[in-house]
Design a binder for this molecule. Structure first.
Ligand SMILES: N[C@@H](CCC(=O)N[C@@H](CS)C(=O)NCC(=O)O)C(=O)O
Length: 281
């Protein structure tokens, strides 16, 4: 591995649920792309009424994701910090406290803190068709390179601790955007003419690209609005029912620009972009 490279922690809890959505609770921060993918899939599969949710405050300090009151209250357990859910599950847990978290209300334990697993669990609960057998191989292939080059790539660019690590991540990000742009020349959605898991997994990264990754993570090769096919695709998905309400732009900007002191010590939040392209359609 390149020296100075950012390495994301592996998710620690990757269980399967005992029972249906009513038995569970979802902890998220709308600022977080991995949370947003879970919130999107919950909404599009019609699980919002049966699977309740708590939102963490977008500002995160060294104590981790917090419930600070008002909209950011944990009505279920009254936790002040998400760390309490991790400690309840494993008192010796000493890893990072990440969102999203799927919580079992009866056993009072975390079932999963891996968004990729959580969206599959939701699809199973709802009898959804986001991961149809005939497309699984293709979806798995798409998910893999899109995650490693683009979705995690922007973080590797942003948190690189050496020029070399940054350069490598930057190249991956823009190679993958070009690859997607070409892919979407022929296809409406990633796996053909129907929306699948691969699309809902990718969308949160595209929605954040110009507002955050381009500036804060120095992924400034191009903006999303400069890729016509990607912009058409993002606009289409953004305008599907329930999606716009999962996109909390103000929280997203506040989270990234005020939480990462090493990248933005003055915590000034950029005013732009004035036009994201996909919101105005
Ligand atoms: N593999 C996890 C990654 C989740 C993740 O990295 N979440 C970030 C927020 S965007 C987080 O909670 N980070 C907290 C930390 O690193 O302290 C998933 O996809 O569910």
């Amino acid at each position: 591995m390149t020296s100075g490279a950012f390495v994301r922690q592996q998710s620690r809890f990757r269980g399967r649920p005992h029972g249906g959505p009513e038995r569970h609770h979802l902890y998220v921060a709308l600022a977080c792309p991995w949370s947003q993918r879970a919130v999107i899939v919950r909404a599009v599969l019609g699980l919002s009424e049966v699977l309740d949710i708590s939102y963490a405050d977008p500002y995160r300090d060294e104590r981790g994701w917090a419930f600070t009151g008002g909209r950011f209250t944990d009505e279920l357990n009254g936790f002040d910090f998400l760390e309490q859910a991790y400690r309840a599950t494993d008192p010796g847990y000493d890893g990072r406290v990440s969102v999203p978290v799927l919580w079992d209300k009866e056993d009072r334990l975390i079932v999963s803190n891996e968004s990729a697993d959580i969206v599959r669990i939701f699809n199973d609960w709802a009898g959804g068709d986001l991961y149809p057998p005939e497309l699984q191989e293709e979806i798995d292939g798409l998910n893999e390179w899109i995650y490693s080059e683009l979705q995690n790539g922007v973080y590797r660019a942003g948190f690189a601790r050496s020029q070399e690590a940054y350069d490598e991540a930057f190249r991956g990000v823009f190679t993958s955007l070009e690859r997607l742009e070409t892919h979407l020349q022929e296809r409406v959605y990633l796996a053909g003419d129907r929306i699948t898991e691969a699309d809902w997994r990718l969308l949160p990264t595209l929605l954040r690209f110009d507002a955050v990754y381009h500036t804060h993570f120095r992924c400034n090769g191009k903006r999303l609005i400069e890729y016509p096919n990607l912009l058409r695709y993002t606009t289409d998905l953004y305008n599907q029912p329930h999606i716009a309400e999962t996109f909390a732009l103000e929280e997203i900007k506040r989270h990234y620009y005020t939480t990462h002191d090493e990248l933005n010590p003055k915590r000034i939040i950029p005013a732009g972009p004035l036009d994201l392209g996909f919101t105005s359609a």
